[in-house]
Design a protein around this ligand. Structure first.
Ligand SMILES: *Cc1c(COP(=O)(O)O)cnc(C)c1O
Length: 366
């Protein structure tokens, strides 16, 4: 029996950078810089440069980043925000947290990214913003969505939680929207040793406001200008991120190599893949395929000691938590198809060639 292959294995990467990260942990510890502070600022500066954005604001997780983005843009009670139905639920949570209503649209049948042609139908006089998601690490068609946002004077937020380093028409994601939101959850392409998230923007005004919002609505200590939150990034998390950011380009390149092998060498017509437009340079956070009979494929892969993932089995509009919004099966056929047919193949930078050979062989024999 071949070695067990999971969808994601974080252990190899963390062994590789353990020494460097432990050294930084020691510095953070010795300086007792546990919350905010110099290690967070250092990471923020480096991450802003990485994204070609002017400012970066570290927070405690990606969900908070989305939440604060909407607050900074003034989205609130009674407003509506448009987003794709096929995303991780946190994109929608942020809208709910600020008292606004998520308005879902379907994805395209080929790229699985938000279908810009469906957005205008959903715009009402309550619509304030559109959140596009660079799902699975592949940029959505930003120009197409931006054009609609501009025409209707709506804010555009990028949910780039899965796409650190991805490029749209040759430029890194993170500075196209009014604000971009990132997650540094351990399993993301750039993941902290702990929970973390961040935002990028070219607006000094948003940047300042976000720094206050994440820190109890305070710039000067114990003076609170507005109701704020405790959503600061921790020093240990920031230290680990600064170390890992140095390797991110290499890790993303390796993911692209693995993706290329899957795309070129999986020839079984039963397996369908995400379409990559020529303007898209994905960082393959996930490598999702679709297949007619998902349960059957998973069972088959498991018997070959391969354990794929599911991202995501239920689209947002059909989640119980949003039953009150009265969506129904059939509302968004492409998102629903994806949810019930998707399988995430193993994808992480440390996946070895012989494991990839094995995955490809097994899939071609299916
Ligand atoms: C991971 C993720 C988030 C949430 O980030 P957390 O750090 O887990 O809070 C939001 N949106 C998308 C698309 C994600 O993949």
């Amino acid at each position: 029996m071949k070695e067990k292959i999971n969808c994601l294995d974080l252990s190899k990467q963390h062994q590789q950078v353990k020494k460097e990260i432990f050294d930084v942990f020691e510095e953070v510890y010795d300086q007792t810089a546990f919350s905010g502070g110099r290690f967070v600022e250092e990471f923020e500066n480096k991450f802003a440069d990485f994204c070609n954005a002017k400012y970066s604001i570290g927070v405690n997780n990606g969900t908070s980043a989305l939440h604060l983005a909407l607050l900074a843009l003034g989205v609130g009670s009674g407003d509506e925000v448009i987003l794709p139905a096929n995303t991780f639920i946190a994109t929608a949570w942020a809208i709910t947290y600020v008292g606004a209503t998520p308005v879902f649209v379907d994805c395209k049948s080929d790229t699985w990214e938000i279908d810009a042609t469906l957005i205008e139908d959903k715009i009402t006089d309550k619509t304030k913003a559109i959140i596009g998601v660079h799902l699975y690490g592949q940029p959505f068609d930003i120009d197409a969505v931006q054009e609609i946002a501009k025409k209707h004077k709506l804010f555009l937020v990028e949910d780039a939680a899965q796409a650190q380093g991805a490029e749209y028409k040759g430029s890194r994601v993170g500075s196209f929207g009014d604000l971009a939101c990132f997650s540094f959850y351990p399993g993301k392409n750039l993941g902290a040793c702990g929970e973390a998230g961040g935002l990028t923007t070219n607006s000094l005004e948003y940047s300042k406001h976000l720094q206050s919002l994440r820190n109890h609505g305070s710039i000067v200590r114990y003076y609170h200008d507005e109701v704020g939150f405790n959503m600061r990034m921790g020093g240990l998390e920031a230290g680990s991120l600064t170390v890992k950011l140095k390797y991110l380009n290499d890790w993303n390149s390796r993911r692209k190599e693995i993706a290329k092998r899957y795309q070129n060498e999986i020839t079984n017509p039963k397996i369908k893949m995400q379409f990559q437009p020529d303007w898209s340079n994905s960082v393959y956070h996930l490598f999702v395929v679709t297949v007619d009979d998902r349960e059957d494929l998973i069972k088959y892969l498991n018997t070959n000691n391969i354990y794929p993932g599911l991202h995501y089995p239920v689209p947002c509009h059909l989640q119980k938590a949003y039953a009150n919004l009265n969506y129904k099966v059939g509302d968004f056929p492409n998102s629903e198809y994806l949810a019930s047919h998707c399988v995430s193949l193993p994808m992480y930078a440390e996946l070895e060639e012989n494991s990839i050979d094995n995955i490809i062989n097994v899939l071609n024999k299916y």
